[in-house]
Design a binder for this molecule. Structure first.
Ligand SMILES: *Cc1c(COP(=O)(O)O)cnc(C)c1O
Length: 380
């Protein structure tokens, strides 16, 4: 489905760490963090050992706790909602824009104004308070952050921008991740850059940055010794091998994004000619798309799962993208969500298929995938 894009220089960077005794809490973590301040202009970058850990620390720093409400999208990778559950807070879902798959800003505004209408059937608490918004930059395309921030200002809410799929994307010329109070990036091997496992939070909030640095390090506040823990914390530290790899990968970010743009263009040229296939829609506010995955949608008359099976049988790995969060078994059970609650999300979930995508794909490989899709559509 995807592949990391590694050079000898990237491997060498990791090897150099292994030639020293300092495998954690060394100089590579702050150097890696600095590449994010340089890219985004953010005042602080806090590196952690996954995107999920980063989102969780933002939830803690935003003061989101038991029973609090956070408006978010059901069309995302599940971690963006799980981090609320970690703190016994309640994700309030609103449906998405059918073209981009990003949270629908009009529904978001309505939900903030009329929160009672949007509460889940089960699991809500009395006197629950709306605390924050957590939009996701889906598939590498920034959410409509101006509209989202207007809602946040009106209701005095924190904004956590899940940019785990959108490193390097820009919205009206501004870097993804910088558009709310907190932004989070992730570096699993299918992301635009990789550290194996890893994540980075960016923010301009001095106090929150200190707090998140303490929390990632077992709750040790500045001045605490190794066995003093001011806060309830976690081990969310990134190791030095990962940070060094990330530092090397960040030097190549523009090159990596350009290669992904090229692969997306090869796909678009071929797939937009197939009438039963919709190719990704890029909004005019997206001044740079940071291609994360390439998700096509089939015409409603075509059985997506059938095509997926046929492609798989031909050795072409594909994946339905996304399965709606509100219908994941533990979510549906805890909050009483049902099929039909978020129809746009469910429709996209039924028709969407991620095709093989990475910066190392060749035009011949893209052509082979597209030819197989063409064949199988004709066959069904
Ligand atoms: C990748 C991703 C994350 C974080 O994933 P990790 O595997 O924890 O690094 C969070 N949100 C979204 C939308 C993602 O795509």
């Amino acid at each position: 489905m995807s592949s990391p894009d590694l050079t000898d220089a990237d491997r060498q960077a990791v090897q150099e760490v292994l030639n020293t005794p300092i495998l954690s809490m060394g100089k590579h973590t702050p150097a890696f963090e600095k590449t994010f301040c340089d890219l985004t202009g953010a005042k602080h970058a806090v590196a952690v050992n996954s995107g999920t850990a980063g989102l969780h620390l933002c939830v803690r720093a935003a003061g989101i706790g038991t029973g609090d409400l956070v408006i978010t999208t059901p069309f995302s990778f599940v971690a963006s909602s799980n981090v609320m559950l970690f703190e016994n807070a309640i994700p309030i879902f609103v449906d998405v824009d059918a073209r981009t798959g990003n949270i629908n800003p009009e529904l978001l505004a309505d939900a903030a104004d009329n929160i009672d209408k949007y509460l889940p059937r089960k699991g809500k608490s009395k006197n629950a308070k709306l605390k924050a918004l957590l939009p996701v930059d889906v598939f590498g395309q920034p959410a409509d952050m101006d509209a989202i921030n207007a809602v946040a200002r009106k209701h005095d809410l924190k904004v956590i921008e899940d940019s785990c799929e959108a490193l390097g994307a820009t919205y009206k010329g501004k870097q993804a991740g910088t558009l709310g109070d907190f932004g989070v990036f992730a570096f699993y091997p299918n992301k635009q850059i990789t550290t194996g496992e890893g994540g980075v939070i960016i923010t301009n909030d001095d106090k929150a940055a200190d707090f998140m640095r303490a929390l990632r390090n077992q709750g040790r506040a500045p001045g605490d010794t190794w066995l003093q823990h001011t806060h309830l914390g976690y081990n969310y530290r990134i190791d030095e091998m990962s940070a060094a790899l990330g530092q090397a990968q960040m030097q190549r970010l523009d090159e990596l994004l350009k290669k992904r743009e090229q692969v997306a263009a090869w796909y678009e040229a071929r797939l937009s000619e197939i009438p039963a296939v919709e190719v990704p829609f890029v909004e005019s506010s997206t001044t740079r798309m940071s291609w994360f995955v390439y998700v096509i949608r089939f015409d409603a008359r075509i059985n997506r799962d059938d095509i997926a099976k046929r492609l798989d049988a031909r050795g072409i790995p594909v994946r339905p993208y996304f399965l709606p969060i509100h219908l994941q078994p533990y979510m549906a059970e805890r909050f009483g969500w049902r099929a039909g609650d978020f129809p746009v999300t469910e429709d996209l979930g039924r028709r969407g298929l991620a095709v093989p995508f990475s910066s190392v794909m060749t035009e011949a490989q893209v052509e082979a995938v597209c030819a197989a899709i063409r064949d199988e559509i004709e066959a069904v």
